[in-house]
Design a protein around this ligand. Structure first.
Ligand SMILES: *[C@@H]1O[C@H](CO)[C@@H](O)[C@H](O)[C@H]1NC(C)=O
Ligand SMILES: *[C@@H]1O[C@H](CO)[C@@H](O)[C@H](O)[C@H]1NC(C)=O
Length: 567
């Protein structure tokens, strides 16, 4: 005869079941534990040659309640269950997956895939730029298997292994450090933060100069020997857009040294803003060696300066509104920009759109009505700042700038705007009537024939398109800020045009000219921002608006979302 189960045995079974219950993977987001392979050199052991103490800490206190950024989309709007948006989102995701499959197969751990020849190249030190830059896009597109596989690979990156003798402080900060921080914030994978700290400690060495201003190139040998100097002629965006990443690293780790490093640049920007040749703006080039930001006389929101301005309102948000210097700097700059830099092009339909040009200051202030794809971020910047600082006029300006870039896309036969072009502009922002003869006269002054140019354009000095994100970035931001469906429609046209012209068997490729009516000539190049930024913004504009809400996240200039502290 068997005997009844003893109570002790029952308790044991129960305990066993409880253990199984708790250990059972309850959802697919339970992160696998991935161990770091430490870099072979630890930069935190290099003591500064130029003592930064006392360190400035991030502002303390409870973050302010920031104004609402996103349009109050109705919770269960038909718009988002809409199969049309879902189909668009899937199309973007499919393009991303085609690219990712090729990167994984042909360029794994290399900086870039070459999209025509299915090869690879290292352009940023050989630390897997495309992989690090794409981590958060993988997460956002819900490609979790691919994400964790990528994290395994990132855990083994050795920042001390490179064929280069130096690295670009700006590019490595926005792509690698920004990419690691955003992926860490989204996934909570500790190893990503560990790699970010390793890299942050290396980049921190780039500030170890006599005046604590960063060098453009972090020369590893010089940094280890205390021989690093800041540059006497350097693009202003480079020192001007390190602040978000370094601030977030301090916020997350509690170590103020990273914040301290960039806050010195902020103080210099603040102190120089009204002393430049175009008060309110900073010139395109700085003399960082002498901490002199006032020497130069050319100004732009395009290449070389762009993200310096973008980071002002974004830093205000990331610091929870606790540092009003950023508000003051942005609003002062915005007045100067509106007065001297924005222009309205002469178009056949007198479109209410704006572009931002270049300004030279000599005996007088001269506007060169050039447009750059890089400058297309300004629409989003104005709109975001307009919401943050409660300035509806800036939101409106942002809309005109964003619609300007979308308009320039559809003006060209490929449906894509060129890298650099010039337009015939109206005397005032209020607009002007189309004058065919004036346009012909202006075009004939430039060497290029007007036959191949859409009406209103003077030239397309650089007619290429290299898969850049700035136009869709602004269109996306304006959509989330205003809720207007016209931005989603513009985005879909842009996406189809880009896919049509740049699609290759293995990925997407830069093209030589957007002005051709035939098949564009493709180049064997696909920079990491294509997967990090361009496709991310395309995906997000067709996604429900609470996916990376602008009220919770602020994007760095490489589209890596960083979390805004809340009260
Ligand atoms: C360094 O150069 C060698 C030879 O060209 C190459 O095989 C290797 O992949 C490079 N390493 C990195 C990290 O770029
Ligand atoms: C610069 O000038 C503007 C406009 O006159 C002013 O509002 C701002 O406070 C000034 N900035 C500094 C740092 O003095």
């Amino acid at each position: 005869m068997g005997r009844a189960l003893s109570p002790r045995f029952l308790v044991a079974i129960l305990a066993f079941l409880l253990v199984v219950f708790y250990l059972w993977p309850s959802n697919k987001d339970t992160p696998p534990v991935i161990k770091i392979t430490k870099s072979s050199f630890d930069w935190s052991t290099v003591q500064p040659y130029h003592d930064p103490s006392p360190l400035t800490k991030p502002p303390s206190g409870v973050p302010r309640r920031l104004p609402r950024i996103q349009y109050p989309f109705p919770k269960s709007s038909k718009r988002f269950s809409d199969t049309a948006q879902a189909a668009r989102r899937d199309a973007v995701k499919q393009t991303f997956q085609r690219n990712w499959k090729s990167y994984r197969k042909f360029a794994w751990m290399k900086d870039e895939l070459t999209p025509l020849t299915a090869g690879s190249k290292n352009t940023f030190g050989g630390w897997a730029a495309t992989l690090v830059d794409s981590l958060d896009t993988l997460w956002i597109m819900d490609l979790r298997t691919e994400f964790w596989e990528a994290v395994e690979a990132v855990a083994k990156i050795d920042w001390a292994v490179t064929n280069e003798t130096s690295c670009n402080m700006f590019e490595t900060t926005i792509r690698h450090l920004g990419g690691l921080l955003a992926a860490y914030e989204l996934s909570g994978a500790a190893v990503l933060l560990e790699k970010a700290v390793e890299l942050g400690d290396m980049l921190y060495a780039g500030f170890d100069t006599p005046n604590r201003m960063p060098a453009f190139w972090l020369d590893f040998r010089k940094a280890k020997n205390g021989d690093l100097l800041a540059d006497s002629h350097v693009a202003s965006a480079s020192p001007g857009s390190l602040s978000l990443e370094f601030t977030r690293l301090s916020q997350i780790t509690g170590d103020p040294k990273y914040y301290d490093a960039t806050s010195r640049i902020t103080e210099l920007l603040y102190g120089s803003q009204n002393a430049t040749k175009l008060p309110g703006m900073w010139p395109t080039f700085f003399n960082m060696r002498d901490s002199d930001l006032t020497e130069h006389s050319s100004f732009t929101l395009g290449a070389l300066a762009d993200s310096l301005y973008e980071y002002l309102p974004k830093m205000y948000a990331l610091l929870g509104g606790l540092d009003r210097k950023y508000e003051s700097m942005f609003l002062t700059a915005a007045d100067t920009i509106k007065k001297h830099m924005l222009y309205r092009p002469m178009t056949q339909t007198n479109e209410d759109i704006l572009f931002s040009g270049n300004v030279d200051v000599g005996w007088e202030v001269t506007l060169n009505p050039e447009g750059q794809h890089l400058g297309c971020f300004t629409g989003g910047m104005f709109a975001l700042a307009g919401r943050l600082f409660d300035r509806e006029d800036h939101v409106e300006t942002g809309g005109k700038l964003a619609r300007g870039c979308a308009w320039a896309y559809q003006a060209f036969p490929t449906g894509i705007m060129p890298e650099i072009f010039s337009m015939v502009h109206c005397e005032t922002l209020a607009g002007c009537e189309w004058d065919e003869n004036r346009w012909r006269r202006e075009v004939s002054k430039d060497s290029q024939g007007f036959i191949s140019l859409p009406k209103g354009f003077r030239n397309a000095r650089d007619p290429s398109y290299i898969l850049r994100p700035e136009a869709i970035e602004s269109v996306f931001l304006l959509y989330r800020i205003t809720g207007l469906e016209e931005y989603q429609m513009a985005a879909w046209d842009m996406f189809m045009a880009i896919e049509q012209a740049t699609h290759t068997e293995y990925g997407n490729a830069a093209i030589s000219s957007v002005t051709t009516t035939g098949v564009p000539i493709q180049r064997d190049s696909m920079e990491s921002f294509w997967l990090a930024e361009t496709l991310k913004y395309f995906y997000l504009i067709f996604s429900p608006p609470d996916l990376i809400s602008l009220d919770d996240w602020v994007f760095n200039t490489e589209a890596h979302p960083l979390r805004i502290p809340k009260p």
